[in-house]
Design a protein around this ligand. Sequence first.
Ligand SMILES: [Zn+2]
Length: 178
Amino acid sequence: MPSLSVPADATVTGGNILSMLAAMGPFRKRGEQILEEHGIRGVHPDQWYPFPAYVAALGTIRDKMGPNTLFQIGKQIPNHVPLPPGLDTFEKVLASFGMAYDMNHAGTPHGVISYRMHDDRHATIVSGTAYPCDFDRGVIQGFFSKLLSARVVVNHDGAVECKHAGGATCTNHVALPA
Ligand SMILES: [Zn+2]
């Protein structure tokens, strides 16, 4: 398990958790079971839930269902969240990850997702959230697919620290095909 520390009183919106469950599709029941094992049940979109328990549940999904399942769930998330209008350029989508995170989490540091654009088709995203590495990568892939109808290439940088290996951040390089 990643050793990232999440403040014990940090919270996440029910809406976020429900979009993850919806993204599980046919495995939703299994997802609900795993959340319940971590003390999260009867999720309401407008309420807030313990973030450490939610992160632990995602870790269990990874352990029991595999990293690729977690990646696929992340990829489906944008199909199940209300997306603000106007996220229609490479840079706007890059900027949206940090904003969405800050809106949907409390009691945990904000501004922990940063990006740097190298040119109008290449960027690097550094994520210091407590979310598992494979989940992050899926969410990034999914948001670009959904918002720009583009199959971006997302490369996890294995040369720098990784949350799954106990690091504080994960780095993903994003390339938008011409
Ligand atoms: Zn990683």
